[in-house]
Design a binder for this molecule. Structure first.
Ligand code: GLP
Length: 264
């Protein structure tokens, strides 16, 4: 690994794209600050900030910090438009396990975002309506001028959003089938694997990689193996996160555990 050095919070960097933190909260605060900077910059120039958001346990600290910035520092989200990566299918937005519920309880209910500016794939569509809906989701992102930043976690299968192994670089928003490991990982949320939906609507790999900036976060030992493959393995549809290696505008925010198998 090149450019190995140590600072107070960051234990090492590789070509500035990989930042490893010993403290998860410091890592989350860094990501929140990056998002806040975009929001404030756009406010200064009278534009909207178009932010791609993720769910899962990993970005919770980022949302906590953004809520704190709103409450303590007056960070406003009035100029913010959000697009979430994915949603289970089928699912009702009011279900506890829906990503709509997740986003409301972790972020949207605590900030001053205009609820018309929030976009999360709809888990209640009829099967026949899904593709047209997905095409419109893509078009809306384009109409807003594209995503200024996309936040990502990573699944143990190497998925980003719900782009499971087999997803191609050119994929766009669509209905997908969830991998067995992914459903296993979600079983506690749903009270049993058999209750986890077998499908989801997700932005595609192309949708994600077209964002002007991408931040992938991984915090915990559980992610160490997949992080090694995603960052240092060959680029392959078997591990969709490897497609990010092609990007110049991607940053990996890791804790020491998630980074523990990277070669140094
Ligand atoms: C789900 C989400 C992904 C997320 C992943 C990891 O599959 N669709 O966007 O990255 O979970 O979740 P966690 O952060 O809880 O490990």
């Amino acid at each position: 690994m090149k450019d190995l050095f140590k600072t107070q919070d960051i234990t090492y960097k590789r070509e500035d794209a990989i930042k490893v933190y010993s403290d998860k909260d410091v890592a989350s605060a860094y990501v929140a600050e990056r998002i806040a900077k975009i929001i404030k910059h756009k406010q200064q120039i009278g534009e909207r900030a178009i932010i791609g958001l993720a769910t899962g346990s990993t970005p919770k600290g980022v949302y906590r910090e953004l809520v704190r910035m709103h409450k303590d520092e007056g960070l406003s989200f009035k100029n913010v438009v959000t697009f979430n990566l994915d949603e289970y299918y089928p699912i009702l937005p009011v279900d506890d396990q829906s990503y709509m519920s997740f986003m409301k309880s972790n972020l949207f209910n605590h900030i001053d975002i205009d609820h018309c500016h929030v976009h999360i794939p709809d888990g209640t569509l009829s099967l026949e309506g899904i593709q047209a809906y997905c095409d419109l989701y893509e078009q809306k992102i384009v109409d807003f001028g594209g995503l200024d930043i996309q936040l990502l976690g990573i699944g143990r299968t190497g998925h980003i959003g719900f782009n499971e192994p087999g997803a191609i670089l050119e994929s766009k928003t669509r209905l997908v089938t969830l991998n067995d490991i992914t459903r296993e990982d979600a079983k506690d949320d749903f009270g049993g694997k058999e209750k986890v939906p077998t499908q989801a609507i997700t932005m595609g790999v192309q949708t994600i990689t077209q964002a002007k900036e991408v931040i992938l976060m991984a915090l915990s030992q559980r992610k160490a193996e997949i992080i090694k493959l995603a960052l240092e393995g060959e680029i392959t549809t078997d591990i969709p996160a490897t497609f990010l290696q092609k990007l110049r505008h991607v940053e990996y925010i890791l804790d020491s555990e998630a980074a523990s198998l990277l070669s140094r």
